[in-house]
Design a protein around this ligand. Structure first.
Ligand code: ADP
Length: 174
């Protein structure tokens, strides 16, 4: 049985992520979508909120499970008995980052393989940053995220605009 971990911040999950997880679920017996609790990024959703949004996205897929984690991804893989880390690639800059991360992970844990899936062309431009920026300005993200995520984004930005917390959004990166 081959178990794969698909790690990320998922702030929030969008159709590009969902496509990668569903394709991985056809290649591997089990996929754990692993929500990293504290990446070096400004986040709009808490770890619990991000996990709930991811869980809802994969509710109908019995071989996809969702877990939160902290620390090194390779340590998490060992804890859950996963042999593979899945990542998605969109543009050349993704490749450079993933290439470096794959070599570092391989140094730390030679027993774990990294598998990169190329994005579906309709999702090439899609990132959590793009989704957050459009949603924060009241734009329509319904072709980019599932309805429950759209709802959560609207609630989040309504809350932020009431408490004037929007300024830190400018420095967000994906
Ligand atoms: P991270 O914080 O690790 O960069 P993200 O939540 O941004 O995590 O993304 C998780 C994974 O999903 C990464 O491998 C990323 O490259 C991939 N990904 C993000 N957006 C897309 C997309 N539009 N198509 C394919 N893969 C994507």
């Amino acid at each position: 049985m081959v178990k794969a971990v698909f790690p990320g911040s998922f702030d929030p999950i969008h159709y590009g992520h969902i496509d990668i997880a569903l394709r991985a679920a056809q290649l591997f017996d089990e996929v754990i979508v692993a929500v990293y609790d504290r990446p070096l990024k400004n986040l709009i959703f808490s770890p619990e909120e991000r996990i709930t949004l991811v869980e809802e996205a994969f509710r109908d897929y019995p071989n996809i499970h969702v877990m939160g984690y902290s620390g090194l991804t390779v340590d998490f893989c060992h804890q859950v008995g996963a042999q593979v880390i899945v990542r998605g690639l969109r543009v050349f800059s993704d490749f450079e980052n993933e290439f470096r991360m794959a070599l570092a992970n391989h140094r730390l844990a030679p027993d774990i393989e990294m598998v990169m899936l190329i994005t579906n062309e309709e999702h090439t431009f899609l990132s959590s940053t793009t989704v957050r920026e459009i949603a924060s300005l009241g734009g329509d993200v319904t072709t980019m995220v599932p309805p429950h995520v759209d709802k959560a984004l609207k609630a989040c930005f309504a809350r932020m605009s009431q408490t004037q917390q929007m300024s830190h959004l400018k420095s967000l990166r994906d």
